[in-house]
Design a protein around this ligand. Sequence first.
Ligand SMILES: Nc1ncnc2c1ncn2[C@@H]1O[C@H](COP(=O)(O)OP(=O)(O)O)[C@@H](O)[C@H]1O
Ligand SMILES: [Mg+2]
Length: 308
Amino acid sequence: MLKVEHLKKRFGNHVVLNDINITIGKGEVFCIIGQSGSGKTVLFRHIIGLLFPDGGRILLDNEVISSPTTKPADFDKVRKRFGILFQGAALFDSMNVGENLAFPLREHTKMTEKEISKLIAESLEMVGLKEEFKTKMPSELSGGMRSRVGLARGLVMKPEIMLYDEPTSALDPIMTDKINDLILSLRDKLRMTSIIITHDMASAYKIADKMAMIQDGKIIFHGTPGEIRESRNPYIQQFIRGQKKHHYAIADEDAYAVPINISKVKPRAVGPRRPVPAPSTENAAAAPSDMANKKFQMPVRPGGQNNQ
Ligand SMILES: Nc1ncnc2c1ncn2[C@@H]1O[C@H](COP(=O)(O)OP(=O)(O)O)[C@@H](O)[C@H]1O
Ligand SMILES: [Mg+2]
């Protein structure tokens, strides 16, 4: 069990975490939601020992693993128990996929190359990639593929606790659904604990056993997805309704409970419709599914922008 108690962190005069309390049970899928800049990533970095608090502490199985007096080296003995998927996957660009996955194994274990090779194939398979993928370079991968490789690297050590910072933000709805199913099967088959930072409410509803919402460095909600839906706090209601429209408006909250059907995915319900941009950035990885849905393709005037 992981417990965050009265955690406080400031950068200069800026108080970022202000008395954070969270309890996460073994084998639980726990989602942390909140607006951009609310302190989610800073909290994440405390849990994995990249930052240490000014006040409060973090306990893992009743043992203090982080407090104002903890040194980075003190954290080393528990670091291996955590697997991490950073925002944007954070792959080593100079290494191919296989080398990226082998890195933590070579660093932290005494496995033979043969054992490493086997585990790499297994981890790639877990995220739906063929073993041949290991020779690809990160620069050859789409946003969705990078996330999957990042996830495979996080899983290669078979961690007890897997942490994800915005795992689905660069993914299209189909890939998002696959990652969500994977998180659930890791819980059901391996009893892995997952801590997921997300602003994708549809995913949080689908996978979370418990969730916490953070606002201005404080926890303003801690409970089940059912309880957050019932919350009377207008700020929470506004957030959970607003976030569902962040990239796509999903026809109903259970849309992800059945095999994804592209016809349920509608473009943003608010604001003017714009032509679908070419998928030039990672975040545009969702564009092809819009394009597949001809109904939403906007006519483009020959030789010019479609200004409307
Ligand atoms: N290393 C740092 N130094 C100073 N300020 C920081 C640092 N890391 C984060 N912050 C600030 O802390 C606040 C919360 O950031 P963050 O946890 O990244 O938000 P988010 O909820 O979007 O993940 C932001 O105002 C950010 O500018
Ligand atoms: Mg963040």
